[in-house]
Design a protein around this ligand. Structure first.
Ligand SMILES: Cc1ncc(COP(=O)(O)O)c(C=O)c1O
Length: 419
């Protein structure tokens, strides 16, 4: 079998001996596919990368909230965060107990704050006004506040969540008001958190912001949780050999920083991280089928059934997902030279483009494509725009068996909420 491009998934044995087109035959195209062994590997890396016993890793369920994947993550000893009642439901469905859930929300109704207080270990609020609401919804409870450390990081301005241009967090100048509101409602300020942004590949901004949070935390007493958020990046450019984030050295730097601070400040609480992407992204990919190939002007368009409704990141952020090309059994790759090709979906928008001019071996109608690293912020962001139902999700188990972990939405499902 000579696929035009499959070296990466072969190198990690992603399909555990199965053929991608067999998966599409069984579950339909397009299809999200996850690999359990890879998910477990990333959980263990994150769980163990800081040699500090009082570190707790809370997987950020917004990256991918399929309860079957959450169950695997729970079985690796991670806790979880939630930021909506839907994520709470998925976390509970996966077996996480109240004590294992952190609720880190943004701009919610009082009813939601009350629900979160009842169903999670602790709630983090990110404005003075939400702290007031929380005080009314859950007087006397423990609470965390999200601070804006003034330092942001991330792959795109839309995912930088700290610094001057963001809606998130409370400015450190407002800390006196935090104390005042907590005192008025009998709230116990038990933790501080921050999240600088998503997908950093260099650790400096994360470490600078962590130092800043610790500096601020030195001014509080009675804290039990110091939460530094997530944002740990993964190398999306697999075929260009993009380097991985050096989490081993980041782990040592964090251990020195956190450990030293804990001793100096007699801190006996937990240090928390909230990674989402690092754990889930590489464990998933999206498979789809080439339905047509055509030229428009100088551009060769490879037309697929993978619209931006099911993989929104390229359209949202100009995000890059590397591509593999599989040729159905019996046919082999032509060996022809690479040429720039645009890979597009089936949605009625001219921005429905996965790649504009990616040099790849010539792709033919009927080929199966994989968009790699699609385990995080892909299915969880999918919609049924154009009334195209969302795909199924399948999980490849370590023994090579496959389990359907979410059924394909049907067109009839699109009528479910219509009275
Ligand atoms: C508060 C918070 N924590 C954690 C995360 C997870 O980020 P990532 O998936 O980049 O690790 C996010 C992502 O938006 C977030 O907003």
């Amino acid at each position: 079998m000579a696929d035009p491009r499959s070296a990466y998934t072969q190198s990690v044995d992603f399909y555990a001996g199965l053929r991608p087109e067999e998966l599409l035959c069984a579950y339909g195209s397009p299809l999200y596919v996850y690999n359990e062994a890879m998910l477990r590997l990333r959980c263990r890396e994150m769980r163990d990368f800081i040699p500090l016993h009082r570190l707790k890793v809370c997987y950020s369920a917004k990256a991918n909230a399929n309860p079957h994947l959450l169950e695997i993550i729970r079985s690796e000893g991670l806790w979880v965060d939630a930021m909506s009642p839907g994520e709470l439901l998925m976390n509970r469905r996966a077996g996480f107990s109240r004590e294992e859930i952190f609720y880190v929300c943004n701009n919610v109704h009082s009813e939601e704050l009350a629900l979160a207080a009842a169903q999670s270990r602790i709630v983090s609020v990110d404005s003075l006004s939400q702290l007031e609401d929380f005080g009314l919804a859950a007087p006397g409870a423990e609470v965390m506040t999200r601070l804006n450390p003034g330092i942001g990081a991330g792959h795109h301005r839309k995912v930088i969540t700290a610094g001057k241009e963001t809606k998130f967090g409370i400015n450190p100048e407002d800390i006196p008001q935090i104390h005042e509101i907590c005192a008025r409602h009998g709230l116990k300020l038990a933790g501080l958190n921050q999240h600088v942004g998503s997908l950093f590949m260099q650790p400096e901004a994360f470490l600078r912001a962590a130092r800043r949070l610790l500096e601020l935390a030195g001014g509080f007493s009675g804290l039990k949780y110091l939460d530094f958020g997530g944002g740990f990046g993964i190398p999306y450019r697999k075929y260009a050999g993009e380097a991985r984030l050096d989490i081993a050295s980041l782990g040592r730097a964090c251990a020195d920083l956190f450990g030293g601070w804990a001793v100096k400040n007699a801190y006996s609480g937990l240090f928390i991280l909230e990674p989402g992407r690092y754990i889930a992204a590489e464990a998933g990919l999206l498979l789809g089928t080439v339905t047509a190939v055509k030229n428009n002007g100088p551009t060769r368009y490879v037309c697929t059934d993978m619209g931006f409704n099911i993989l929104p990141r390229p359209m949202l952020y100009g995000a890059f997902h590397d591509v593999e090309i599989y040729r159905p059994a019996g046919e082999s790759a032509s060996g022809a030279a690479e040429l720039p090709q645009a890979i597009v979906g089936n949605i009625c928008e001219s921005g429905d483009i996965l790649h504009r001019d990616y040099p790849l071996p010539p792709i033919d109608k009927g080929d199966v494509l994989a968009l790699l690293d699609a385990g995080a912020y892909c299915y969880s962001m999918a919609s049924s725009y154009n009334q195209r139902p969302r795909p199924a999700e399948a999980l490849i188990r370590p023994d090579g068996s496959v389990r359907l972990i979410r059924r394909r939405e049907s067109v009839e499902n699109l009528l479910d909420l219509i009275p």
